[in-house]
Design a binder for this molecule. Structure first.
Ligand code: F0G
Length: 422
């Protein structure tokens, strides 16, 4: 099976270009990477993955370039040598001594993807995806989005000189994200429906050749997101001389879960990581939008689409995770799990992180909320070294931050009055 951790390095098919090709994860059909626009398999509509005939090791990354270069430091594991870049990646791997002690863990680090140019991990995918769009010669880009993808697409699309179209669920996208998409020049279409409905529409538009799709269904975008996993592993190797036991991350469409798993599989194939060293992947969803958790708990091979989804963590208000066929094996093969948390637990975790000086949006805090729950249940043990992924910046959703924080206190306009109030 191509998505197994022990899969062998495949030989390049005749349609590979410079050792790069696309392969269907369901039927194994292969395609040239940049000859035509395609998002899924022509034969069976299965999900596609980018494949390489030569996979790099940590030594190759170290030799390639300076560590501040971000995503493109890992060009050896990306489909193009350079991208449409705004200096994405190389995000902080924060120490959180208070939270680490509170959760009684050997080590806890926060990989804060909110520190990317547009404030979320989506930039890592877009720097690659928009470059591929240029390679393909398309002029209009589109995505459905709970907000962050639209912000990143708008920024990278305008940087790349292309028109951008974003479909958003009306009234369900945090203010900061709409503002970004708007200022970076996207045409914003507000759909009277949820994210999954937006994705259905944009997939049809893309299928009719109206625009190039840059949701995480696009296999090239996930290549950029692999670098989150590579940076975490390199950070842990530098600080603890070992990779983390576990990586906990919020799940919406399960793109990151798929991308991290692919990064680890490729390191195993390159001989840079042993199968039993691969970090356990733990996906966290909000209780009101938890189809992946349901599938993991039921041992199901497919995810049931949830038509009604609701959560304060609007970024992961998703009922039909399109990357499930890639992500379910990732969670299972690494010995990980999936868990859901309540909106209250998410807000509490947002406050925990804020107490360490780290500002994240609600969806991001789901990772820490999930870790707390698994620690309480004894599934995560005190000898573990854990990385939590926080996916978006606090300022993305100022309303949620204000609601979770302290109320402003009105005071008179003189020092005596302020002192008296204090
Ligand atoms: N966290 C944040 C802040 C997100 O914006 C998203 C996805 C996720 C987590 C989930 O990541 O899909 O890889 O499992 N946001 C998409 C968007 C859907 O449109 O911005 P995933």
């Amino acid at each position: 099976m191509s998505l197994s951790l022990s899969a062998d390095q495949p030989a390049a098919p005749a349609d590979a270009e410079d050792g790069v090709w696309l392969e269907c994860i369901a039927c194994g059909e292969t395609f040239a990477p940049f000859a035509d626009v395609r998002y899924t398999c022509d034969e069976c509509d299965g999900l596609l993955e980018v494949r390489y005939d030569d996979l790099p090791t940590f030594e190759d990354f170290a030799a390639a370039a300076d560590p501040d270069q971000g995503v493109w430091r890992y060009a050896d594991t990306l489909p193009l040598p350079a991208g449409v870049s705004i200096q994405e990646g190389a995000t902080p791997l924060y120490e959180v001594p208070g939270l680490e002690a509170d959760l009684e863990l050997e080590a806890l680090r926060i990989k804060h993807e909110g520190m990317n140019p547009t404030g979320s991990f989506k930039d890592r995918g877009m720097t690659v995806g928009v470059a591929v769009a240029k390679e393909l010669g398309v002029d209009r880009l589109a995505c459905a989005s709970t907000g962050n993808t639209s912000a990143a697409l708008a920024a990278y699309g305008s940087r790349g000189g292309m028109e951008t179209l974003v479909l958003l669920p009306a009234g369900k996208v945090a203010a900061g994200k709409v503002a970004q998409a708007s200022l970076h020049g996207a045409r914003i279409l507000e759909v009277d429906g949820n994210f999954d409905a937006c994705l259905d529409i944009v997939q049809e538009l893309a299928g009719q050749g109206e625009a190039y799709l840059l949701n995480s269904l696009n296999p090239f975008r996930l290549e950029g997101q692999k670098t989150i996993g590579l940076e975490i592993l390199e950070g842990f190797l530098a600080d603890y001389d070992t990779v983390p036991d576990r990586i906990v991350l919020p799940v919406g469409n399960a793109g990151n879960t798929s991308a991290l798993y692919k990064a680890f599989r490729e390191l195993v194939q390159a001989g840079a990581l042993e199968t039993d060293e691969v970090p356990k992947l733990v996906g966290v969803q909000a209780e009101g939008a938890a189809p992946m958790v349901e599938a993991i708990e039921n041992g199901a091979d497919e995810v049931r689409r949830w038509d009604d989804v609701e959560t304060r963590a609007t970024a992961i208000r998703i009922g039909n995770p399109v990357n499930a066929p890639k992500a379910l094996p990732g969670i299972r093969e690494t010995g990980g799990t999936a868990i859901s948390v309540t909106d209250e637990e998410i807000t509490e975790a947002q406050r925990d992180l804020a107490g360490e000086g780290i500002g994240v949006e609600p969806a991001s805090a789901a990772s820490v909320a999930g870790l707390r729950k698994l620690r309480a249940e004894g599934i995560v043990t005190e000898d573990e070294r854990v990385a939590c992924l926080t996916t978006g910046h606090l300022l993305k959703d100022p309303d949620a931050a204000a609601a979770a924080g302290r109320e402003p206190e009105p005071v008179p306009a003189d020092t005596a009055g302020v002192l008296e109030h204090l």
